[in-house]
Design a protein around this ligand. Structure first.
Ligand code: PLP
Length: 420
């Protein structure tokens, strides 16, 4: 069979996909992007037959790796004859919502959507509808999807995902504060307390560094929002059903948010997002409520089946333990190599997330700190290509997390450490 090589595919892609890739993230550190032909557990094989240990895992959704267990595959097979059911729930959608509600104590009701972006847009709209207020507080270096209501104005050096020319009306209603800075957010509440609909925050800032909250920070957010009648919205699109195990980061930090957004792993590899929270708030989404929210593909039976079966499998097996153990071995191993060979890097992470970041001062970036254009370029032009050459696939941008999946093995970890 005469197969297209990556070079041929790139030429075709450039004609129909902006930049030749399916993201705005600059690919092409190597001459052209990697065209994956086939997944194989924790690895991928490209169009030229090269095999890589894959730590991108689709940027997170592939909790169980590329080859999903038989139970997930047969659950999906059973649903492929059903299309989306606009305005009509299916039993599998109810079951999926019940699963989330059972495992996340703050969630009583769930609305499924189709991406993490849609989930956070909807959560912001819901918070605005529920409180009758407009302002939303977000964290510097936080990320909630490609949408204007929470995307910050970038610094133009490619280190912050941004939307040029955010309309003044959006910018005015989005207040940005540094993560982990209690003073800054307290001041914002002192000045705007009665105008703030919500604080939207990732429990762990996963998109610049992997920055964990300082002790007491989430409690401060909880107290400030409660005292001022604003909602606390945890964006768990990355962390949900991954970090902190089944009850997600709420389990890790012991904070009860008003609303939570989910995405990635809860779709079992298919497109998904979800908003969950207390009945009183979620009922704003009913015909009697103030907030319109609907989507053609929401609650698609195939996605529901894949997601529910994946989460059930994870609940019944040692999925999180395995991933967290491997990630710890990987982080420890990488820290040793990095300390010896490249002290300008730092290895950060928690649970099954990890990242190798460039730092200016030998410390991991904090508060979503900007690590500089030169370092981004270095990642794109030197570091990532070198790793690819050595058979390890990392995210296309140094800010993006790397994900350990259940399919990864000790051999994947060893090869990656050797590749550095
Ligand atoms: N929120 C967070 C915390 C994310 O990390 C992401 C994506 O990585 C999103 C929202 C957007 O999700 P999606 O890419 O599914 O639209």
């Amino acid at each position: 069979m005469n197969r297209d090589t990556s070079r041929d595919l790139y030429d075709r892609a450039l004609g129909v996909l902006p930049g030749g890739v399916n993201s705005s993230v600059r690919a092409a550190p190597q001459p052209y992007p990697t065209f994956v032909q086939k997944g194989d557990a924790g690895r991928v094989i490209d169009a030229d037959g090269n095999k890589y240990v894959d730590w991108v895992m689709g940027l997170g959704p592939l909790l169980l790796g590329h080859d999903t267990p038989e139970t997930v595959q047969s659950a999906v097979q059973k649903r492929t004859s059903e299309g989306p059911m606009y305005g009509m729930p299916t039993e599998v959608e109810i079951e999926h919502a019940e699963f989330i509600a059972r495992h996340v104590p703050s969630v009583e009701m769930v609305r499924f959507v189709n991406s993490g972006t849609e989930a956070t847009v909807s959560a912001v709209r819901l918070a605005r509808g529920y409180t009758g207020r407009e302002k939303v507080v977000v964290m510097q270096g936080g990320y909630h999807g490609a949408q204007e209501s929470t995307l910050v104005e970038g610094d133009g050096d490619g280190t912050t995902p941004s939307s040029p020319g955010i309309p003044a009306s959006f910018a005015e209603h989005t207040l940005t504060v540094p993560f982990n800075d209690e003073e800054a957010i307290t001041e914002v509440f002192e000045e705007h307390g009665d105008e703030i609909a919500a604080v939207l925050v990732e429990p762990i800032l996963a998109n610049k560094g992997i920055v964990e909250p300082r002790e007491g920070y989430h409690e401060t957010l909880r107290d400030l929002t409660a005292d001022h009648g604003a909602l606390l919205v945890f964006d768990e699109v990355i962390t949900g059903f991954r970090v902190g195990g089944l009850s997600c980061a709420q389990g890790k930090y012991g904070i009860t948010p008003d609303l939570t957004t989910f995405g990635k792993v809860i779709g079992g590899g298919f497109p998904i997002g979800a908003i969950g929270g207390r009945t009183e708030i979620m009922e704003e989404l009913t015909p009697a409520g103030d907030v319109f929210q609907a989507g053609t593909f929401s609650g698609h039976p195939v996605t529901m089946a894949a997601g529910l079966e994946t989460l059930t499998y994870a609940a019944e097996n040692d999925v999180y333990e395995h991933m967290n153990d491997l990630a710890e071995q990987l982080r420890d191993g990488l820290r040793d190599v990095v300390a010896e060979r490249a002290p300008e890097y730092s290895v950060v992470g928690t649970d099954s997330l990890f990242k190798v970041v460039f730092t200016r001062d030998g410390e991991a970036p904090r508060n979503g700190a900007d690590v500089g254009r030169a370092n981004v370029q270095r990642w794109n032009r030197v570091f990532r290509p070198q790793m690819l050459e050595n058979g390890v696939m990392l995210s296309q941008n140094q800010f993006e997390s790397q994900f350990v999946s259940y399919a990864h093995t000790a051999a994947d970890v060893e090869e990656t450490i050797e590749a550095y």
